[in-house]
Design a protein around this ligand. Structure first.
Ligand code: BYC
Ligand code: FE
Ligand code: FE
Length: 497
């Protein structure tokens, strides 16, 4: 798989071909003409040092004075959006960048379909829209907080740099949402911007808003699972918000999506390289049984069934991020034209208003799982979850091809939609990965086959030995096929001071 980070050409297609001047002179790189709006500029310049304080307190632990080979976006055009060079993270230039305006764009769905898009917040939808922006914004710093200790155990400088690249970009995503709040929501927007720096992942009294963002990301396998599965929720949600009739949100999300591709690349190749190391070590030792965990673990690699259990955990927790399958909130956001479906403007076969359509939602009825025709408007979340599950499959197939090529009899699979859920239709049910509705006793007896155990996590933790010399890679992960931006794999991606 090619690294989307350097596929400027592809990204240019996503962004559009407009060219917008970036004001390099301002403290905050931007293409939104910040300098002409003194009030907004002042509000952001006030927020910026507090952001830096948050970054130093809750961002990567250590390495803040190291030079990191980062990509900085200073513009949305191909020439400006991917500048590579060594920078210290606190000096990273977090910019505010919107994809170019699409001339004559109209609201693609909902009650206002066909009307010109809004450049300002429609008064009747103010609080609904603010809530969506706040929830989106809250996930961004949350992920940085979750990943803050990983630098110390990086399996290579290449991986460490990718972690920090993801971290600074999630920081920029926070900037993107804060810009919208401060510019378009007046005083309460400024208050929300403040609160985004105050909530803390996993905090008892002031946690992040959504469940998965309060889970720990304690090791690198968790990080790769997170970037493959949870950043992909980011992709799906951003894509839905990119359809928004509120044009500044749409344009903001369209640019964020170009960065998201790299986060998922880090996850897909990270898990892929982990699998590669396992298969190679098994082959060398002449082990053919993927379930022979004792012998496989003795080789310093992660057994495939454990990778499946880890994936089961991350998939189920991430599926909860889609909210209830049947949701009045989602119906309201769709009807209002604020949040669409995945690929809304390109979807064929319905009127994009969905007043008279139905969508099949899997539900538990009379102790059975049944697909039930549900009013499509209320099933917006269910549909996005289904689209997400489909979207997850490509990487899984790629991993399986590598396992098959190594001659091993093992396949990674996605568990049933209802497996291990806390939110929505399946909350409170006991459903196996195969999709069997069972009692709590059966679930408890078999849980250790489905989800990582404390012993599994301790084993993974034992592998997290830092490899911080150029070209060095930990035993449990294969080196990448190629380096970043045409640099070699043994390049000094982070100059640890
Ligand atoms: N945990 O009707 P419901 C990303 C709340 S990831 C806790 O079921 P709705 C990223 C819900 O807030 C993408 N609470 O669902 C990835 C509501 O509370 P209120 C983030 C939950 O509202 C990696 C109540 O339950 N972006 O970018 O249709 C690294 C009933 O809600 C959860 C977005 O999510 C949960 N899992 O949908 C970095 C897009 N689920 O309001 C970044 C914006 C639901 O009654 N957000 N609740 O107090 C949304 O579109 C919607 O808020 C949700 C929820 C899809 C999240
Ligand atoms: Fe993000
Ligand atoms: Fe991301």
């Amino acid at each position: 798989m090619a690294d989307p980070e350097t596929l400027i050409e592809d990204n240019a297609v996503v962004i559009g071909d407009g060219f917008i001047e970036v004001s390099y002179d301002d403290l905050i790189p931007n293409n939104v003409d910040l300098s002409s709006d003194r009030q907004l500029l002042r509000a952001l310049e006030k927020w910026q040092p507090e952001y830096i304080d948050w970054w130093k307190e809750m961002g990567p632990d250590g390495f803040q004075t190291s030079d990191v080979y980062l990509r900085t976006a200073v513009g949305v055009d191909p020439a400006g959006w991917a500048k590579f060079g060594h920078v210290k993270m606190p000096d990273y230039r977090w910019g505010i960048l919107l994809a170019p305006e699409v001339e004559g764009r109209t609201i693609p769905f909902g009650k206002h379909k066909g009307q010109p898009v809004w450049k300002e917040v429609p008064a009747e939808y103010r609080s609904l829209l603010r809530r969506l922006i706040v929830v989106q914004g809250d996930t961004e710093p949350a992920s940085v907080e979750q990943q803050r200790y990983l630098g110390k155990t990086a399996p290579s400088l290449y991986d460490m740099r990718n972690l920090f690249q993801v971290n600074v970009e999630e920081g920029r995503h926070l900037w993107a949402m804060v810009y919208l709040l401060v510019k378009h929501f007046g005083r309460d927007g400024r208050e929300e911007a403040q609160a985004l720096l105050e909530r803390r992942s996993g905090h008892e009294d002031n946690p992040r808003i959504l469940g998965a963002f309060n889970e720990a990301t304690p090791d690198w396998l968790s990080f790769f699972m997170f970037t493959y599965f949870t950043d992909r929720d980011g992709k799906m949600q951003l894509a839905s918000l990119a359809e928004s009739g509120f044009d500044p949100l749409s344009r903001s999300c369209r640019f964020m999506l170009t960065e998201e591709a790299h986060h998922m690349f880090v996850g897909e190749t990270g898990i892929g390289r982990t699998i590669e190391a396992t298969c190679a070590a098994m082959k060398q030792a002449g082990i053919t049984d993927p379930y022979d965990a004792t012998r496989i673990r003795a080789l310093g690699v992660i057994d495939l069934p454990l990778i499946q259990r880890k994936a089961n955990f991350h998939m189920s927790v991430t599926r909860d991020l889609f909210g209830s399958e049947i949701s009045g909130n989602a119906a309201a956001a769709f009807s209002a034209g604020l949040k669409g479906r995945f690929g809304e403007a390109r979807l064929e076969g319905d009127d994009h208003q969905l007043e008279n359509d139905t969508y099949a939602v899997t539900r538990v009825t009379d102790g059975k799982l049944v697909d039930e025709a549900t009013p499509a408007l209320r099933a917006i979340n269910a549909r996005l979850l289904d689209d997400y599950i489909t979207d997850c499959q490509t990487g899984i197939e790629r991993w399986n091809r590598a396992i098959a090529k190594a001659g091993l009899d093992f396949r990674l699979t996605q568990p049933h939609k209802g497996f291990n859920r806390r939110i929505g239709e399946f909350a409170g049910q006991f459903i196996t990965p195969e999709g069997d509705l069972v009692g709590e006793d059966v679930w408890s007896a078999r849980k250790d086959q489905f989800l990582p155990t404390a012993a599994d996590m301790a084993f993974i933790d034992s592998l997290m030995q830092p490899c911080h010399a150029p070209g060095e890679y930990a035993s449990w992960i294969a080196p990448p096929r190629s380096g970043i931006n045409h640099q070699p794999v043994d390049y000094e991606y982070v100059r640890i001071d």
